[in-house]
Design a protein around this ligand. Sequence first.
Ligand code: UDP
Length: 484
Amino acid sequence: MGSIVEEADSSQPHVLLFPFMSKGHTIPLLHFARLLLRRHVTLTLITTPANRPFISHSLRHHPAAAVIDIPFPTDVPGIPAGVESTDQLPSMSLFSKFAAATARMQPHLERVLATLPLPRVSLMVSDGFLWWTLQSASKFDIPRLVYYGMSCHANALTREAFVSGVFSGPQHRDELVPLTRFPWIRVCKNDFPPEFSDSDPTSLAAQFHTDVVTSAVKSFGTLVNSFYELEPVFVDYLSQNSTPHAYYCVGPLCLAEEEIDTRNLQEAFPKKASWIEWLDKKHEESRTCGVVYVAFGSQAEISHEQLKEIAYGLEESQVPFLWVIRRKEWESQLPEGFEERVGDKGMIVRDWVDQREILNHEGVKGFVSHCGWNSVLEAVCAGVPILAMPMMAEQYLNARMVEEEMKVGMRVETCDGSVRGFVRREGVRKKVRELMMVEGEKGEEVRRKVGEVAEMAKKAVEDGGSSWRTLENLLVETCKKKKT
Ligand code: UDP
């Protein structure tokens, strides 16, 4: 099936993408870039010098994509020179300072906008965290679409919790209260970032949230990395109740696979990473149970004590595991003799991995995840059930989505039953064994369910599917706006 954009208008839109400087926010927009480039849309992507290599490498098969970098502010207190991505921050407590500093990039963005070659930019898609880009877009009369790296479920629950006074209520941070519009869902203050219930509206974090929301409501719509059939209740709720009204669900974006050039042998048959070879071997050996993949995204912080309990829990589960450790210093915090004891039963990787390749490996049958939204979608698309261990941001809501709405996973047990509580080794061991169908019945249920959702996801992005149609409509609207 051809693209209706091509049929409707020969003058293609020019889309400018500006992702926030964190891997979890950049990666999905790079997938989105691929979708646009396949439709012959003129594409300009804005980034910073230190983020450019990652972006250029990701788009290496697309010479038509123009990648432009603008300087990241220097002399930001607490942020070491050269750190231009949240995964490089010495601590995530610096996030608000980092995000606030991006506003100093505004004059550079506007210089770029003033000098970009034709065709004129017809749409700006910029991250919600880069709230100030709306001002630049408005100056140049460019419609701006907000990209939030989260689901409509998390967005809708946050909105509804504000509206129903959850944050200002007198209840304890862990007390569950039902949401008026979604009475089957009960949330507590601890499901949301602490600053939402902070009494100080002048804090940097609170001010940042206000700026993000204020600029989002003045934008013409929201681009969502999700698909309608996954969360119709929440997409409809947002479309009917919030401003802006247009929610464009064009995902799962991780399904925008790279088209490999089979003339290039190295690209077609790249050398396998050592962990993929290990997975091949494990798959041969233990076809029944499979390997559990353990990873907590690009920026999670884990205390020494928590890391140790996860390690002991994995060891005691007796399930083969592949654990990607983000920070080198975590290595020294593992229990003494851990790797020797585990031997070939587990593999610890200290590199950046291709997570989608791991999740799509036939030997991987479960995923212990922090529930970053990309990780959730990548697991769902690969048909891999999730053991949720949320750590920050909207991940507590995503864990609810995984367990209570999609029913494609379960949650680790915290020692006091609270959402942010400490997880002991027994909690990890028991749930890993359930997830991997070594004991209990829940594992089988979630595995079946995730297979069904994976099928729905594929259908949504196929030609004619809901996400495919939404993107087509968005581009047609963009072409129309361009003409007026
Ligand atoms: N990722 C990856 N390799 C790594 C670590 C992370 O490919 O070694 C990717 C992962 O597949 C996902 C993104 O980085 O696309 C992380 O986003 P997510 O929303 O899951 O979590 P965040 O890092 O934002 O907390």
